[in-house]
Design a binder for this molecule. Structure first.
Ligand code: AHR
Length: 507
């Protein structure tokens, strides 16, 4: 920590300058057949709150509170060995199989129809991935026919026979998952994948032209093929797809918390690099068509830490990737949301990976309770209040030096204007571990001059977490001392904090 130029951070809000509208799909999430995300997570027949379909109502209530708009399914690495037909039809006839991706047993008791039922009960848009690892074009069009065709064909009639008269109406489809990753079943070169993605997309659109299709981008900006992968894939598939995907996970390494707190610097650079690549390929192809970004896996994930619940291979629903998030993690997580919002013109879909138990904002105990991790709160607040038009906000902030990203501003912020009500919501993070950050916001360019609330997520001990025994140890609390005088808001952001400041038109 060093080189503070000035102690005060300043922002100007002006409704005339905006980045773009927040698309509802920005607040998506992800359910993979991995660990206890599905089994003993969402789905636990016999749980006291389970409905007839085995869906836990306590979990569904938290998902509604979280405000998730879309859910990507069924993977993830799982999808690259997925046989969708194993997961439909009478449950007693469904095969039990090995899931090589996570070395687990897959019982197929929760499948495609159950996923759609879950989406309908939670008013969530399904986002389906097809298997381009062990499978290809034919399987993708068969799945599409089963899911979306109204009836009168073998596969659509099969769906009706399975009790689902209404087509599933799945609009957004991912063409495989992380096909650039050597760990992926059926991993491919960019040329191989680009051709396959283009051909799969072409065939799927022959059945349903209005689909929205996502080509796999890179699994992270640190992977060796990043940049070249996107360019090659898009040279093949530009005309056939609508989005390219991005995935990234951050963790604190070797106690370097300042760098961890600046993770969004990397995320914003990643986004801007992919936008540049998409537009470069578009220019080469002399097309007006614009490719948008689907940031369909993002989160904090402690990949380098050993699993606190060691499990043997080939178990049903093992405890995998059950990270327990601290206040620090939630502040970084909030900063990642700010990064997405600051690029809302091009990031028009995103999926928090994942939803329940697996690197998740919601945790459950089999037969027991469901509770909110620290990361639940920034997501829920943004999904609820971060709706409308993202304003172009340039902060004048003191900086400090980090080992990984050099000099970074202590303030990371964005603001969203709801033009119908005139309300403006500011999301802001103070990256300093030990200094409060005084902040002045010039409000002369917006109508919202009345403070509705200032909520803060912070703690004297930033390693504090919610747990099964203390599920509400950390919740957002009202900040004190925020004032508005003559069109200037003055406040102080607590050290290492996530903040939501809501402003309304003066009554
Ligand atoms: O979200 C966990 C895993 O991370 C997903 O299965 C995979 O796509 C990514 O590597």
């Amino acid at each position: 920590m060093s080189d503070h130029r000035t102690a005060l951070a300043r922002l100007t809000l002006n409704a005339a300058f905006s980045i773009g509208d927040v698309q509802p799909r920005l607040y998506g999430s992800f359910v993979e057949h991995l660990g206890r995300c599905v089994y003993n997570g969402l789905y636990e027949p016999g749980h006291p709150t389970a409905d007839k379909a085995g869906l836990r109502q306590d979990v569904l209530a938290l998902i509604r509170e979280l405000g998730v708009t879309t859910v990507r399914y069924p993977g993830g690495n799982f999808v690259s060995g997925y046989r969708w037909e194993d997961s439909v039809g009478p449950r007693e006839d469904r095969p039990v199989r090995l899931d090589p991706a996570w070395r687990s047993i897959e019982t197929n008791q929760f499948g495609l129809g159950e996923f759609i039922d879950f989406c309908r009960k939670t008013d969530i848009e399904p986002m389906m991935a097809v298997n381009l690892g062990t499978r290809g074009v034919e399987d993708a069009v068969r799945l599409l026919e089963y899911a979306n065709h109204p009836g009168g064909t073998e596969l659509s009639d099969q769906r009706t026979g399975h009790g689902a008269k209404e087509p599933f109406g799945i609009k957004m489809w991912c063409l495989g998952n992380e096909m650039d990753g050597p760990w992926q079943i059926g991993h491919k070169t960019a040329e191989e994948y680009g051709r396959l993605a283009a051909e799969t997309a072409r065939a799927m659109r022959m059945i349903q032209p209005d689909l929205e299709l996502v080509a796999c981008g890179s699994s992270g900006s640190d992977i060796a093929t990043f940049g070249a992968w996107e360019a090659t894939v898009l040279e093949e598939a530009y005309d056939q797809v609508d989005y390219v995907s991005l995935h990234t996970y951050y963790e604190e390494v070797d106690g370097d918390r300042d760098s961890f707190l600046a993770s969004a610097v990397d995320m914003e650079h990643f986004i801007e690099s992919v936008v540049a690549t998409c537009d470069h390929v578009g220019a080469r192809l002399k097309t007006d068509k614009r490719i948008d970004l689907s940031f369909d896996e993002w989160n904090v994930w402690y990949q380098k830490r050993p699993n606190p619940h060691p499990v043997e291979d080939w178990r049903e629903a093992p405890r995998l990737l059950e990270d327990n998030y601290s206040v620090t993690d939630a502040v970084v997580f909030g900063s990642l949301i700010i990064a997405l919002l600051r690029h809302a013109d091009r990031v028009t879909a995103a999926s928090l990976a994942q939803l329940v138990n697996v690197i998740a904002p919601i945790m459950t105990e089999p037969g027991g309770s469901a509770w909110r991790q620290t990361t639940f709160f920034p997501f829920a607040q943004a999904a609820r209040h971060g709706r409308g038009r993202v304003l172009r906000v340039e902060a004048d902030s003191p900086t400090h030096t980090t080992a990984k990203y050099g000099e970074v501003p202590l303030l990371h912020a964005t603001a969203v204007s709801d033009d119908d009500t005139g309300a403006v919501t500011l999301f802001a993070v103070n990256r300093s571990q030990n200094r409060p950050l005084p902040l002045e916001i010039d409000l002369h360019g917006v109508d919202a001059h009345s403070l509705t609330e200032h909520l803060v997520l912070a703690d004297a001990d930033p390693d504090t977490r919610n747990t099964l025994d203390q599920p509400e140890r950390i919740t957002p609390r009202a900040a004190t001392g925020t004032t508005i005088t003559s069109g200037v808001l003055r406040t102080e952001l607590a050290p290492l904090s996530w903040n939501m400041i809501r402003l309304a038109r003066r009554p």
